[in-house]
Design a protein around this ligand. Structure first.
Ligand SMILES: *Cc1c(COP(=O)(O)O)cnc(C)c1O
Length: 388
């Protein structure tokens, strides 16, 4: 079956004899067993795959996990409370005093914060590598994980995934990837050699900005330490969030098609505007650099978030621009049906009180609204910049 068919048909087995199209939402803390044999039996299945106790999940979470494992072409999937809890589980389960983790530059801000303020403090060495660095020179005997995010947050840089994976493989080091931007529709991490793939399903997979969820996929072998971590730390997802996400999954493919079409239209229009200095968006063919080549190599489509650098402006003009946008909500996150905008402050500048007047970055997310309406909205707000 093709993915569009799977999205509609997977994750419906727990319907039983009923004719409802959607599986039931099953919530519980305690599970009661009919016999001691049944009780014992439940502990022979890996945690998060069988009914034992609320933390191990219910049929609702199992349905979502199985559907996700199928479309990601992975053996197993674990749902966690948020994208961040999934990231923490993957990093945390490979960390420890004396160990070393290699992380790609420009990862999601809180991923970097966890590395710096938790892992490093507890004795794990963390080092970062850029898109043009060969990890061969950075791998140490104690390296326990290579962690990447593609494209990187904000500046949207791409990494040569297959080169990284083959290098890591020769040293038997697992590679984990934050695959959120690409979604399972446009990006197939495991086919490039990624061992553990992470999605902030809060974004596109749920797609309706009404719940938080993380999804992690991989082989049983690669996922074993992650599973143990999630079990120990209570990182499980609520069945309600799994149910909503399973509902979102049905329309993922058609939503992504529209996000792609509208984003391309808005980005092309913006790239002609004099107020815009630079657009960080690998699929923009005008940029035709290495990132465009790598995007074509690893992705089959383009999602909605992108970053622009404005021509120099002062704080008042900047405020006028952001406040002048009516269709773009001012807020973090992305992946929902709504368009969003956010001042994007690169991680290393976040601590500085005063941003320089040049190089202001703005992150947009193009939602499912009409692209012409969105361009008109930006056009009105750009007038407040007084540039161009
Ligand atoms: C939002 C996001 C996360 C965090 O996900 P939450 O569900 O908000 O915790 C992680 N990685 C990327 C790339 C994200 O965009």
């Amino acid at each position: 079956m093709k993915i569009d068919t799977k999205l509609g048909h997977l994750g419906r087995a727990s319907n039983g004899q009923a004719t409802g199209v959607s599986p039931p939402l099953v919530r519980t803390s305690t599970v009661v067993f009919p016999s001691l044999a049944a009780f014992k039996e439940s502990y022979t299945t890996p945690v998060f795959e069988a009914l034992r106790y609320g933390r191990s999940g219910t049929s609702t979470s199992f349905e979502l996990q199985k559907a996700m494992a199928d479309i990601e072409n992975a053996e197993t999937c674990i749902a966690t409370a948020s994208g961040l809890s999934a990231i923490v589980a993957v990093l945390g389960s490979h960390a420890g005093p004396g160990k070393h983790i290699l992380v790609s530059e420009g990862v999601y801000g809180l991923t970097q914060k966890f590395c710096e303020q938790e892992l490093v403090n507890q004795g794990t060495k963390v080092s970062y590598f850029g898109p043009n660095e060969n990890i061969k020179d950075l791998i140490k005997p104690e390296t326990s994980l290579v962690y990447i995010e593609v494209p990187s947050s904000i500046r949207m840089e791409l990494f040569d995934i297959e080169r990284i994976c083959s290098e890591a493989k020769t040293h038997k080091i697992p590679v984990a990837c934050d695959s959120t931007w690409g979604t399972p529709i446009f990006f197939k991490p495991h086919s490039f050699g990624i061992d553990i793939s992470i999605h902030a399903a809060t974004k596109y997979i749920n797609g309706h900005s009404d719940t938080m969820l993380g999804l992690i996929t991989g082989s049983y072998e690669a996922m074993n330490p992650v599973r143990d971590w999630c079990d120990r730390f209570g990182s499980h997802a609520a069945p309600d969030s799994c149910w909503l996400t399973l509902r979102g999954l049905r329309t993922l493919s058609v939503r992504m098609e529209r996000h792609q079409e509208s984003t391309m239209a808005v980005v092309s229009w913006l790239s002609e505007r004099p107020e815009i200095k630079k657009i960080f968006y690998p699929p923009l063919s005008k940029n035709k650099g290495n990132d465009y080549y790598l995007w074509q190599k690893y992705f089959t489509g383009a999602a909605g978030p992108f970053t622009v650098e404005l021509e120099p402006c002062n704080e008042q003009q900047f405020e006028g621009f952001i406040n002048g946008l009516n269709l773009f909500g001012l807020g973090t996150s992305w992946g929902g049906f709504e368009s969003l905008v956010m001042p994007a402050i690169p991680h290393h500048l976040r601590a500085e009180k005063h941003m320089p007047d040049e190089g202001r970055l703005v992150r947009f997310h193009v939602g499912l609204e009409d692209a012409d309406d969105l361009c008109r909205d930006i056009e009105g707000a750009l007038k407040n910049l007084g540039a161009g």
